[in-house]
Ligand binder design. Structure first.
Ligand SMILES: Nc1ncnc2c1ncn2[C@@H]1O[C@H](COP(=O)(O)OP(=O)(O)OP(=O)(O)O)[C@@H](O)[C@H]1O
Length: 262
């Protein structure tokens, strides 16, 4: 981390400006500008190929931009240029991502899955012998309450339903105390009831973490929507409240209209 951090007084956690990214000459991200506020719950929508995954990849350092800046405003007031950092360094700064498919330790209990994810500086193997402190226990209990799996702490993760595995994985990310949480299509493959509970879970995190949710399910978006960002051809074409966005003619044309035809 060779560059000198700048001090900035801002309520933002992320400022993304003029970002470009091409793959073999194809412009996946085109002059992207995006700002995320502290504690904000933001939903991102857009048709297939709009650049949503690439956008998340750029934030986590999985993909590097060709041009533009991605600045993370740390809570101590210092700014970090994410384009200069590796994936694990970005993760250590407090930016965590949950991919679409659940990834839990199937052979371990719900409780142990959370313990194994605690933000301690040690390998997974070592943490199997980790002695859980009273503070840890309180924190784990709080997480289990948030993800509503308190009654299942001794169940093996492998035996959980798809929805429960997704919630457990969110709990595992919460155990790392992220400042920014990126969530890829959390409602995919869920029943209506599970989808609604997932929405409630994400809403309960608002204010405690800054959250970006990428989702296709419009009913789910409607449930959790605060500010909605619409991506199209790698560019933000609209931002606003759910109804503003859903009633916007351009959005209808590029997104909702297209979905209807499909
Ligand atoms: N590694 C890559 N190599 C080549 N092209 C890529 C690569 N990653 C993404 N693309 C292209 O960039 C465009 C944006 O893809 P991206 O996956 O970010 O869109 P998306 O909005 O997440 O789509 P979906 O909703 O279908 O998941 C697509 O046309 C895709 O084919």
């Amino acid at each position: 981390m060779s560059h000198k951090p700048l001090y900035k007084d801002t309520d933002l956690v992320l400022s993304i400006e003029s970002v470009m990214k091409s793959f073999d000459g194809f412009r996946a991200i085109n002059d992207l500008n995006f700002y995320l506020g502290e504690g904000e719950l933001r939903t991102i929508i857009g048709p297939n190929g709009a650049g949503k995954s690439t956008f998340m990849d750029l934030i986590t350092g999985r993909t590097r931009p060709d041009e533009g800046s991605l600045i993370y405003h740390q809570d101590d007031g210092h700014d970090m240029d994410l384009t200069k950092l590796r994936e694990y360094e970005i993760n250590r700064l407090g930016i965590s991502r949950k991919f679409q498919a659940p990834s839990v330790y199937q052979q371990h209990t719900v409780y142990d899955n959370i313990v194994l994810s605690l933000n301690k500086d040690r390998s997974v193997l070592k943490s199997l012998f980790y002695r859980v402190s009273a503070d840890d226990r309180e924190f784990i209990d709080e997480i289990l309450g948030t993800i509503r799996l308190k009654g299942m702490i001794n169940n093996l993760a492998g035996s959980l339903s798809h929805g429960q595995k997704q919630w457990l994985e969110i709990g595992m990310l919460l155990a790392q105390q992220p400042r920014i949480l990126l969530v890829d299509e959390p409602a995919a493959g869920m029943s209506d009831e599970e989808t609604e509970r997932t929405g409630e879970l994400l809403l309960s995190l608002e204010g405690k973490h800054s959250i970006i949710v990428v989702e296709h399910d419009m009913e789910f978006i409607r449930q959790i929507a605060r500010k909605v960002t619409v991506l199209h051809q790698g560019h933000v074409i609209k931002e606003g409240k759910f109804l503003e966005v859903a009633n916007d003619p351009t959005v209808k044309e590029v997104y909702l209209g297209r979905q209807k035809h499909e």
